[in-house]
Every structure is written in C-alpha cells, then in structure tokens.
Design a protein around this ligand. Structure first.
Ligand code: MN
Length: 493
C-alpha cells in the first residue's frame, strides 16, 4: 500500500466522509519538498511526516490537521514558504505549520534547563489557543521517540529528557493517557538506563504472574456479564513501566513490587453508565473487594483532567489483590485520547457526522466540554516561579498574556498589547537606550506596534546610547518599561 493510502485508511475509520484529495495533494508536496533528505534511521525523510499524520488520524483529527502534519517540517527544512501554504491550503494550514515550527524553535541551551522548561511550557499554553498545534507537536514527538534509537547518543538523552519533563506531562494534562504512557516508557530507558534495567528485571516475573491471573479472571467475568445481559468488552491492561517506577519510589512502597496491585488491571468497557455499576456488582459478587482501599468512583467524581472510570481492588482466587477498572466506551476513548477525542468529536459534530456513528452507538453529550485550556493554565501555575505570572494566570487563563520570541529562541511573556519597547525592557533594561527600531517576523515595524503571541521580535540597535522618548510612555504596557523610561527621562531633564 502507498504511504498516503495508509493515512487515508486510518482516518476513514473515524471520519468516513474525509476529503482525501487534499491529503494526497499535501503528501505529494511534502514528498517533493523533502526529496533527498534522510532520517537518522536511514529512511527517507517523508516517512516521518507520514507517520505523524497516521498518529493524528488514529486520534480522529480531520483534514486540516492531517494536511498540516504532512507539511509540518517543510517551512523549517525545505524551500516551501508559509505564503505558499497559505495560498495553496488556506490560512488554517499555514497557521498550524507556523505554530508547530515556532514551538520547535524553543531550544535547550547550556545550563539553562530550567528556563527552557518554563519557556516551552509557556509556549504550549500560548499555543493551546489552537489545540491542533499542540496535537501535531505531540504526534511529532511520539514518532521521534519511537525512532529515537537511531539518533546520536548525546541528542538522545536531551530529547528523552524533554519528553519526560514536558511532553508526557502535557499529554497527561490533556487527558491523553495512552500517549502519556507511551512517551514515558519510551523516554525512561534513555533518561535513566540503570533504573530502567533494574525495573525490567525485577518486574518481569510479577508481570507474568499478574497477566495469567487477569487472563483467568477475564474469561470468568465475560461469562458472568453475558449471563446477566451486560454487553461489554473485557481485557487486561499492563501498567506503564515508568509509572510503575514512580510508584515504587513512593514512601510506604520502598521499592517493594508486591505492594503494587495494578501491574495488570482487568478492564471492563461497557455500553452505558448504568452497565458500569451492573458490572461492578457482578465483580464484587464474584471476588470480595479489599476493605478500606476498595472502590474509587471517578465516574461520579471525575478527575480534574476529565478522567472517568470506576476502580475497584478485589482479592483474586489466590488471595492476591487485583485491580478492576470499569468504564463506558466513551469514557474509555476520553481516558485514552482526552482532548483529541473531544476535539475530533466537536469537529465532526460541526460537519454533521451523526453522534451514533462517531461514538459507536454510545451517547455523548456536547456539553461535557473538556477544560484543557484551564488544565494547561493550571500546569503553568504549578511550575512557574514568577509570582506576576501566577497572578495574571489567575485573572484569566490565557487572553491577557502573549508570548514572543527573541532571535535566539528565548520566549518572553508580556501583557496583551505590549510593544517592541516593552520587549526591549524585558530583555535588558539598558537596551532601550540603544533602541533604534524593531523587526517583527523579519519586517520593520513602528515602536508602538502591538505584538502578538508567537511573534519573533528583533531589536535594531544604535551604535551609541541615545535619549529615550517620553512619548513612549503613551503606549508601553509594562510597569518595567514605564519605570525605566520614567527614570531615563527624568535624568535627561
Ligand atoms: Mn517533525
């Protein structure tokens, strides 16, 4: 099968009325643009955007996202320009590719890891205005992690660390459990090879035993569900290796794997919510719940990222503790793909695909809106050291701040409406005494120009110190700029 056909085949599973013409066209353009480029794996470069598009198709994303995914590296690495993408594929595709490119420009340099982490987080928060940019970046990272083996050693470690500290928590924040687990497990061995090997050796027999127990329980529960007329799918779910490692490090566990009860959990996926509780009854009728740590009902009380499921711990026939997770098909989709599932749903809804077809017959109400923007804002709030930033985030999740780049790739956050003068003050207080002009995205702009999130701002300097203009006070937005200008103007007088 041709590469592009694979994308279309996967996308059609969730979007039967997909417009494939535009995807074929984008594939041809990307293949032509990347011609002659080769990945570390030895594969043609085009295999990468194709795999990224396949991942996004699995997540249920639509044409615009798939086209942008196919072209996501063209502006950065080939002759293709944003203007070209805009005229050929429309403003949405161009904007997505631009966003993805800019996110990729935030680089880890020297010992400034902490700042880098903050920068990247801020950028993600800013880019969350269009969740598709974040989705493409996540899919891009997922494929790069799947092929990380071929990358030179030094680069490997940096990429894996970034993945563990930024991308996996990001996926978690977006409620994308499956993606988070895969990213963590892929990164684990590169970030901490010693502990990875220790864990794999330690866990192997325990996983094997748990898998056997769950397999036996699965057959039995399937029979009982059928007898009671509850339609459901039952399968085992092995715990992610990295999440297991984190759990083993917790106080009270002390690296004792026999204290972990969900190495392999039994998972029951029902058609509707009522059946979740019916299934819970059937489980408890067969295996006794463990007193005091028994049931957590995240259906009645969802987790902040939207996760819904009933978890119960029961004694299996050998007297070992086994975890059973019960949820509807829709909750399952949400738990695995989070914001992507939500987005795909909303998009399909607006293009008129029936609810029934999309969710395999399960009821899904549009009013259950995922609050991922808020989630990302909270994420920023938790990690940020900047008190000012925290305060602003409290006022309004996103709309009051913009994030701009310096030519070096550093990110600065500013209030909405900030100008190149505010930017200069933030970069370096002294800089405004040499301020001649400014370029935004390569174009010269007036000093009172309103900056936008994602702008690349370059300050044009004079050779010698000049006097600052008190007129600047009319348009600057930050306290820092006002103070600095005020100080210099007073000195002049
Ligand atoms: Mn890429």
């Amino acid at each position: 099968m041709k590469r592009v056909d694979e994308i279309i085949k996967i996308a059609r599973l969730k979007k039967p009325d997909l417009d494939e013409g535009v995807i074929r066209q984008a594939y041809l353009k990307a293949a032509r643009a990347h011609k002659g480029q080769v990945r570390y794996t030895g594969d043609k470069y085009i295999t990468h955007p194709v795999e990224v598009a396949k991942i996004l198709a699995e997540w249920g994303m639509g044409e615009v996202t798939l086209v942008a995914a196919l072209l996501h590296d063209t502006v950065e690495d080939t002759e293709v320009t944003l203007e070209e993408l805009d005229s050929e594929y429309g403003a949405d595709v161009a904007r997505l590719v631009d966003g993805v490119t800019k996110l990729g420009k935030v680089k880890l340099r020297g010992s400034r890891e902490k700042m880098f982490v903050e920068n990247l987080r801020k950028m993600f928060v800013a880019m969350a205005a269009d969740i598709r940019v974040v989705m493409i970046r996540l899919a891009d990272r997922l494929h790069n992690m799947r092929t990380l083996e071929a990358v030179p050693l030094r680069k490997q470690k940096r990429i894996a660390e970034e993945t563990l500290h930024i991308y996996a928590p990001l996926a978690e924040r977006l409620g994308m459990g499956r993606v988070k687990t895969e990213l963590e497990d892929l990164a684990f061995m590169y970030v901490d090879a010693e502990n990875f090997e220790w864990l794999m050796k330690l866990a192997k027999p325990h996983f094997e035993r748990a898998e056997e127990a769950v397999e036996r329980a699965k057959e039995e529960i399937e029979t009982r569900l059928k007898e009671d007329g509850v339609e459901a799918e039952v399968h085992g779910r092995a715990k992610g290796r990295y999440s297991l490692f984190c759990k083993l490090k917790r106080p009270g566990v002390e690296r004792d794997i026999s204290k972990i009860f969900d190495l392999v959990a039994l998972r029951i996926i029902t058609k509707n919510k009522g059946d979740c509780y019916a299934a819970l009854g059937i489980v408890h009728d067969r295996w006794k719940p463990v007193p005091s740590i028994g049931v957590s009902d995240f259906v009645a009380q969802p987790k902040p990222n939207g996760y819904q499921s009933i978890h119960t711990k029961v004694f299996d026939d050998e007297g070992r503790i086994m975890e059973v997770q019960i949820r509807t098909k829709k909750m399952h989709e949400q738990a695995e793909l989070g914001a992507a599932a939500h987005y795909a749903y909303a998009e399909a809804k607006s293009s008129g695909v029936s609810e029934e077809r999309l969710m395999g017959g399960t009821a899904f109400k549009i009013d259950e809106k995922m609050n991922w923007v808020e989630q990302l804002a909270n994420w920023q709030r938790e990690v940020s050291d900047s008190r000012e930033f925290v305060e602003d985030m409290k006022l309004d999740a996103l709309s009051h701040r913009i994030y701009v780049f310096s030519p070096k790739g550093d990110v600065y956050d500013l209030p909405a409406g900030a100008t190149p003068v505010d930017f200069a003050c933030l970069v370096h207080g002294e800089l405004i005494s040499y301020l001649k002009g400014a370029k935004v995205n390569g174009r010269v702009v007036p000093l009172d120009h309103g900056l936008q999130s994602g702008d690349l701002v370059e300050i044009i300097k004079t050779k010698n110190k000049r006097e600052v203009s008190k007129d600047w006070l009319e348009f600057v937005k930050t306290r820092k700029a006002k103070d600095q200008i005020g100080k210099l103007v007073r000195r002049m007088l």
